[in-house]
Design a protein around this ligand. Sequence first.
Ligand code: ADP
Length: 236
Amino acid sequence: MNFFQTHRLVKAFGGLLAVNDLTFEVEKGEIYGLIGPNGSGKTTVFNLITGYYPITSGYIEFQGKRLNGLPTWRVCKQGIGRTFQIVKPLRRMTVLENVMTSAFNRTSREAEAREKALEVLDFCELTKKQDYPAKGLTIGDRKRMEIARALATAPELLLLDETMAGLTPQEQADGVQLIRKVRNSGITIIIVEHIMHVIMNLCDRILCINYGQEIARGTPAEVANNQAVIEAYLGK
Ligand code: ADP
């Protein structure tokens, strides 16, 4: 049994096949990169995994269970957490309240939600900023808070969508360190990211897609030297 897998996954929006026959497996404990040019279907894959969109055909399995047709909150309870490409914090709430809000996905008890939120804030080195309003954070801290929010749902598989966009080189380096720390804590990761050195540094294996279809897969070195990948990125 694979820890996570998709089988011949398809998503059609009208006549557009945003995801077209994608089969891939992720092993427990790895950092798996999903890359491809803009519009290639990466976010749609995340939306299919998390139940935001219904699957057109194919299936997704997590720890041997089918995810097809599950609502987002059930997917979350099965142990899959995610961050979003566009960060939408609850701006007037504090950092702690934001993170507690997602901890309530796993518990209805306030004391437990607070405890979980404080634990992940400490893990993400945001304890000192727990009482800041979310809107006052730097982009780097906001991205960190998004990871904290996803961790507060106690995931076994974490989907990271462009958590590095807009960050300074130092913030990117800190982000890479945080993601490694998440993995070392036993959480498996699928990461969508445009910044190539981040992908190449972090991932054990990479799947590259274009127009919803696989164009290459392999280790970072294999994918970086693949002609189809180079052409897709150069827009040939
Ligand atoms: P990526 O994340 O790789 O940039 P997306 O998954 O966002 O790509 O988009 C893949 C394709 O699907 C694009 O052509 C996009 O316009 C289309 N698409 C995404 N979401 C929708 C939607 N809700 N309705 C119609 N088309 C969509």
